[in-house]
Design a protein around this ligand. Structure first.
Ligand code: PEP
Ligand code: MN
Length: 239
């Protein structure tokens, strides 16, 4: 889905497109943790409502994040999968709340977190009694500046080898530019990951957040069909 829910129409059209392809999870932000206070912060509670109603219309599941502990209960109540954003990975208020919530948690790796710290973040949720934790690699900060972050596929291999938890890859935030997203997605698919988080927007250039990295509907459609043979080759099905 899109980076942020921007309007009912934007969410609806995007969900309609994704649903037609067979995508079952609608992921977008209502409470956006932005680096600058002057950037779009999300539609908040209204965005959450739009997301829920849109997903229900198409029989899809909602994945959305909580920015801080003040909206965690509201997000837990509304979403089907609770996203813990990269910057929230160290927020113990959130980790404790989602540890008790009984819903799956999509935990993103902080861009400065070692694999050990990432796993320990997940352990906070697991030790709270919630066994449904998905780990999501979304790029770490390196010396490189030409791409937004550096996608750590070694880390993905590490998680697959050492942990018995599903692992997702988010090539959109790692790359930061739409042109690189299809190849990175295919690379991740070839590793047999359990899920992919890809940003899609009706008019990426006009997006209120993460404009440079979101795919158009057409770009997403062709990426999606190119994934099918790769998924089959690694014994996976797209669903
Ligand atoms: C997001 O997934 O929309 C997001 C803000 O990503 P991250 O928390 O990985 O920066
Ligand atoms: Mn985004």
């Amino acid at each position: 889905g899109p980076c942020s829910v921007e309007s009912r129409e934007q969410a609806f059209k995007t969900a309609e497109h994704l649903h037609k392809l067979g995508v079952r999870f609608l992921r977008a932000g209502a409470f956006k943790p932005r680096t600058s206070p002057y950037s779009f912060q999300g539609l908040g509670a209204d965005g959450l409502k739009i997301l829920r109603e849109t997903a229900d219309h198409f029989g899809m599941k909602v994945v959305t994040e909580t920015r801080d502990a003040t909206q965690v209960d509201r997000v837990i109540e509304t979403a089907d999968i609770i996203q813990v954003g990269a910057k929230a990975m160290y927020d113990h208020g959130i980790l404790h709340a989602v540890g008790r919530c009984g819903k799956p948690v999509l935990m993103k790796r902080h861009f400065g977190a070692t694999l050990q710290e990432f796993v320990q973040g997940a352990e906070f949720v697991l030790s709270g009694g919630n066994s449904q934790v998905i780990l999501c690699e979304r790029g770490i900060r390196s010396f490189e500046t030409k791409t937004r972050f550096t996608l750590d596929l070694c880390g993905v291999a590490f998680i697959k080898h050492h942990l018995n938890l599903p692992v997702f890859v988010d090539p959109s935030h790692a790359m930061g530019y739409a042109y690189g997203v299809p190849d990175l997605t295919r690379a991740a698919m070839a590793m047999g990951v359990d899920g992919l988080l890809i940003e899609v927007h009706p008019t990426p250039k006009l997006a209120l957040s993460d404009a440079s990295q979101q795919l158009t509907y057409d770009e997403f459609s062709s990426l999606y069909s190119s994934l099918k043979p790769i998924a089959a080759a690694v014994g996976r099905t797209l669903k």
